[in-house]
Design a protein around this ligand. Structure first.
Ligand SMILES: Cc1cc2nc3c(=O)[nH]c(=O)nc-3n(C[C@H](O)[C@H](O)[C@H](O)COP(=O)(O)O)c2cc1C
Length: 488
């Protein structure tokens, strides 16, 4: 394990080293004896929902009916410090947007690195094939009381191979358990794994998949992030680390599987084979998708480490443990698109935790020309990283912290005119997880320009903000060192 202090960047490799760091920060809670049937899910939900980015990761052990050591991990990303640890960034950040900025800087010049194939690794400590496969050998949870089934895949990474281009995608797609050898894989329209699957099925071919259900948190974070088409999350992870990810070849699929991962399930999806999937407590906070016939995975091989850790991430009404993940990794992808389209002086992007994923995205700019704010709005709302199932996109000036909802609401309340500062987008990329999805699976969304009108900014006719100057703040702090000002 590499050296670490709280104000330093920490290097770690693999989930187990990540857990050691989290424990040292005081951010790992170990719980014994919780049942797989709703108890682990409820504990995590109740620990996270009002935690404001302070909840611990939770490692459950001694789960009734399972051998000691067969553990589950919840809440990987419910604190900014653990997101920073995962991304290899400094652990402390004054504002939430600063961590997006730091990550955005890192990925700007990143060169993906293909994996290094190795002969063996911990994931091959146990190799189970054919009739011996039983995914219920792991303490697979039912997260919420109204979930119909147990889900082995939530904080997972589903590896698929593009049949035309030959690149491997890894996406976090949920996986319901039907029986020990049959599991679901719900991939939404437009997601990379779905595009891969559609290509195979259109040709009448089966699609091989690997479902990682316990892996390096960085790979889970990237699997849940909207990376551009054609970029493998495994290569991206290698690029971020500056060293290739060591992978073994899956015995059934031949796909690269991270050698240190906890659990990898290989199988295939066959065109025409469907089973009712769901209902499952969804990321928008509702049971909005009910039960729908969907393709499933025939399990062929199970690989796992000794004393495996099954990673889980239940979704629910805000705030859930993936709010920060989407706020940070998803926002960096929106920022990348703004850069790619040449939008100058972007200072911050934040996907607010209570507006799941990109439902409430705020972009902070220094206005440089008339129409700059509208440019930023339309790109943020419609780039690949921002378009899926969005609802509100808001642009604010440089003095408004994009990650501070109080400041954003103040700008929306004082710098915005409902007649001229709203644009609407119709027939946008939607999700049936949205309770208000429209026929044809579209949605409508709203763009809010909460910047000072540019001509008033230029002419300096917009009223002066009531504030304390930086100079007076510094003087007061120096004079009254005993006073603790919140936020400083
Ligand atoms: C915990 C969690 C569960 C998710 N479940 C699903 C899912 O079941 N189906 C889906 O299409 N996307 C799901 N997502 C969102 C995708 O992981 C996300 O859109 C990602 O960008 C998909 O990868 P892709 O862009 O390579 O397709 C989930 C995300 C998280 C964090």
């Amino acid at each position: 394990m590499t050296k670490s202090t709280l104000d330093e960047t920490v290097g770690y490799r693999g989930l187990r080293e990540w857990l050691e760091h989290s424990e040292r920060f005081g951010e790992l809670l170990k719980i014994d004896g919780a049942h797989w049937d709703t108890e682990m899910g409820a504990i995590t939900h109740m620990m996270t929902e009002k935690s404001r980015g302070q909840a611990p990761a939770i490692l459950f052990d001694n789960i009734p009916g399972y051998p000691a050591g067969f553990r589950t991990l919840y809440g990987q990303f419910s604190s900014i410090k653990r997101v920073a640890l995962t991304l290899g960034l400094p652990l402390e950040h004054a504002r939430k947007v600063d961590i997006v900025k730091a990550y955005h800087e890192r990925i700007r010049t990143l060169k993906p690195l293909p994996p290094k194939i190795v002969e063996t690794g911990p994931v091959l400590e146990n190799v189970i094939t054919g009739d011996d496969c039983d995914v219920l050998m792991f303490p697979v949870p039912r997260h919420h009381e109204a979930d119909k089934a147990r889900f082995i895949g939530t904080a997972d990474g589903v590896i698929t191979l593009d049949p035309d281009e030959g690149w491997y995608n890894v996406g976090a797609y949920r996986s319901q358990v039907y029986d020990g050898k049959t599991i679901g894989c719900q991939i939404t329209e437009g997601k990379h794994g779905r595009i891969h699957r559609d290509k195979y099925f259109e040709r009448g071919e089966s699609m091989k998949v690997v479902i990682l259900c316990g892996q390096d948190p960085l790979l889970f974070m990237l699997s849940a992030s909207p990376l551009p088409d054609g970029i493998s999350e495994i290569d991206f992870m290698g690029g971020l680390r500056g060293e290739p990810v060591e992978c073994v070849r899956g015995p059934f699929t031949g796909f690269p599987i991270p050698a240190d991962c906890e659990i990898a399930i290989e199988g295939e999806m066959v065109p025409g084979q469907v089973l009712p999937e769901g209902p499952f407590g969804e990321w928008m906070g509702y049971y909005s998708d009910d039960s729908v016939p969907r393709p499933y995975v025939n399990v062929k091989t199970i690989l796992h480490r000794n004393n495996p850790i099954l990673c889980c991430a239940p979704q629910h009404k805000p705030v859930d443990e993936t709010g920060l993940l989407k706020g940070i990794a998803g926002a960096a992808e929106v920022w990348r698109a703004l850069d790619a389209c040449g939008i100058p002086d972007v200072l911050g992007v934040w996907n607010h935790e209570a507006g799941p994923a990109t439902r409430f995205t705020v972009v902070q700019i220094i206005q440089r020309y008339p129409g700059h704010s509208r440019n930023a709005l339309h790109i943020a709302a419609n780039c690949q990283g921002g378009a899926y199932a969005g609802k509100w996109t808001v642009v604010v000036d440089e003095d408004i912290d994009a990650g501070d909802l109080d400041q954003v609401l103040w700008a929306m309340s004082t710098r915005f005119d409902p007649m001229t500062d709203i644009d609407l987008i119709q027939k946008a990329w939607a999700s049936k997880r949205d309770p208000l999805w429209l026929p044809g699976n579209f949605n409508n969304r709203i763009l809010v320009d909460a910047c000072i009108p540019y001509d008033m900014k230029l002419k300096k006719t917009f009223p002066t903000v009531v504030d304390v100057s930086a100079e007076l703040r510094a003087k007061i702090k120096a004079k009254w060192t005993n006073l603790q000002f919140p936020g400083f």
